[in-house]
Design a protein around this ligand. Sequence first.
Ligand code: TXA
Ligand code: MG
Length: 326
Amino acid sequence: MSFDSCAEALLSDDICVLPTETVYGLACSALSTKAISQVFLLKGRPSCNPLIVHVLNHDSAKEFCFTNDLSKKLCEKFWPGPLTLVLPKKNCIPNEITAGLNSVAVRAPAHPIFRKILNSVKLPIAAPSANPSNKLSPTKYQDVLDAFGEKCPPIIDGGQCKLGIESTVLDLTSDKPCILRAGPITKREIGAVLNIEIVDNSAALITSKEPSRKSPGQGIKHYAPNTPLYLHSTVESMISSKIISKNDVLILPRDKINIRQIKNNICLLSISSSDNYHDTARNLYGVLRKADKLNKEKIHISLYSSINDSFTAINDRLTRASTKRI
Ligand code: TXA
Ligand code: MG
């Protein structure tokens, strides 16, 4: 779709798909309840799961939420980029966006196409990841088409998303800043800017049986392929696991791994050619998609032993996607 027709769609309370540096987003005017309801309907997203509002910068965020010194410092360092801030909302943001919460999540995306659209339409843009609820987030144009088929709204192709996993969500409405969803910006990086204690609730939110009042969207299962995903605690225990059968596919963290212990006829994929975090994050959903398309009985994958805290977000997504922990 052309840039102009996409801008036109947003200005006419319609929806379209835009690339961001994290994942593709299903975009609509954050001020249009009609367009917002189309987004929830198309995604099959429960109305209790609030949307992120995308803006150009900290000054534009001030129109929609009450910013503070902490948000200012963080935005100076990380915006535009993959950090979403939860702040007290202003009345102009419809309750449908925030699922009735009195906070709103805001983020300034870095992708040049998304920024050009924001500049052109001069609207705040709500954009959840452009996938049916609970499924894998799209990191390429074709992923979005495959996910929505005939119902797919117009998409602007921005190539493969550079980062490949969703933004870090940080709540700034409590006494201490609290991570609700792990992402490309780590707890350590946030702590280094603010110089105060940062709480990380993202892992607790995965295992919690109750929907969290603070982040109702962080349910147990998420980002999941259709094939059952078996998550092993280490790559070594996965390779020697007895439960892997010839009808399964096994995903290795990188291609140069000694796989002598694996039976000959097992289908193998690998996420990256190195241990580099950026390559791993960028390829993660793509390789899960590829494994899913093989229509095997089970997908096996393993957690990363945290060499550094960048991998926390990758382990978080694997945990949410998994059917079973081994
Ligand atoms: O990287 C990203 O964040 C992508 C791109 C498109 O920007 N968007 C994305 O949106 O991942 P979505 O809707 O898939 O995830 C938004 C997350 C959800 O977990 C939701 O619960 C949380 O942000 N969230 C939104 N508003 C919130 C609020 N007011 N309080 C707490 N959590 C909120
Ligand atoms: Mg999502």
